[in-house]
Design a binder for this molecule. Sequence first.
Ligand SMILES: [Zn+2]
Length: 457
Amino acid sequence: MYKKTLTVALATGLVLSPMSFSVDAAKPAPNEQSDHAFDNKVIKKINADSMYNNIALLSKQPRAAGTEGEYKAVQYIKSEFESYGYETELQPFTIQEWDGGTSAISFNDEEPSFDVNSFEGSINGSVTGPLVYVGLASASEVGDEVEGKIALIERGSYSFYEKIQNVYDKGAIGVIMFNGEGRSGNSFGYAYEGQDIPAVAITREAGLSLVEQLQNEDVQASVSVTNAGVIDKTSYNVIAKKEPHPKKDNGQIVTVGAHHDSVPNGPGANDDASGVAATLELARIMAKTPTDTELRFVTFGAEEKGLVGSYHYADTLTDEEIDNMVAHFQMDMVGSRDAGELIMFTPDGNKNLVTDLGASAGARISGAVDYGQLGRSDHVPFFLKGIPSALFIHAPLEPWYHSPDDTIDKISKEKLQNVAEIVGAAVYQIARPDTPALENARVAPSPADYDFDDRPL
Ligand SMILES: [Zn+2]
């Protein structure tokens, strides 16, 4: 699950594919019993232990995009798909990452005992001048006395941008910021284009000791940042394809996806090793299940960096593929013991084929599933291509989202099993060979009543 909302992209008034997926109420409903029988072909084979074990394996270390941890995960996922018999492809793409380079500070010509880190976006440079404490560096706190000096700033109350800009406008030559109340560490901060002074971060304890030192004596400070800048790294999507039965091929493609990358400081057991494990499990089962639809199981890289992998994947699709893609199911954070109920999110907040199928499968298995409006995961690039898509997730989120505590011990096998059953049954409803191609099919023969829910994450 990606942190920022994608409201800008969605405000452009995109129109969904003109294909109509609505359920025609005039036709007689097929026997619900037979749907249960078909569901059972898939859901009886789902093994929560195998999903749990895969999450345990994937969450042994963080899998941030472009790191060794991601690459190990990618190799593992590829080998799993291949062991089920899939033709599997690694799709590399470039991501841009900030490299902080080397930074150093000194006071009265002595190197301090504490470490320092450059701000993301800091310019490279070395400056020396008197140190001046300017509190939180609000506009009213910063006067002309900072000119030609290095500003010591406390984090908090105002944005990094404002703080740096306030001292920069008054002629400061460098920034040393110490962490805010209740915060630990010395790795934080953003500098922006045009803020042409080096900016570095130190711990709160280090900062408070400098404030104290300044009350007793003048301090001459030096700040240097070298070799900081944007570097290119490689992240990957893993793509496994299953061709339909050659005599039954109806030309449709259905995709099932999750993201394998995690945030840098977390093992990402639920976010989103859970979705990867469910994707692998459905791939394992579908490998031996005849379908009339091409299935693609994809795990995306760099989701946490702004859906980079899924945008890349969507951009590599041909027009013909996009025309043939009838549904994308995204599973992100589907196993947390401590999160809320299952919900299906669409970027525009409208129902579509995927939510119809998910609600219907849910009603048959454990109760109808509500839908809501949210981007923030890899269903967005599919939606923007006009492909019906939805995010399956539990909301509200668990408190350890994006933290080092997103660990295997907080995964619920029951929740994993339930989501895999619902998505598996929904996918099979389209892909099973007895249903005609989608344009003619009543793909949700037991339509469920399901409601919009504006439940927060
Ligand atoms: Zn996330």
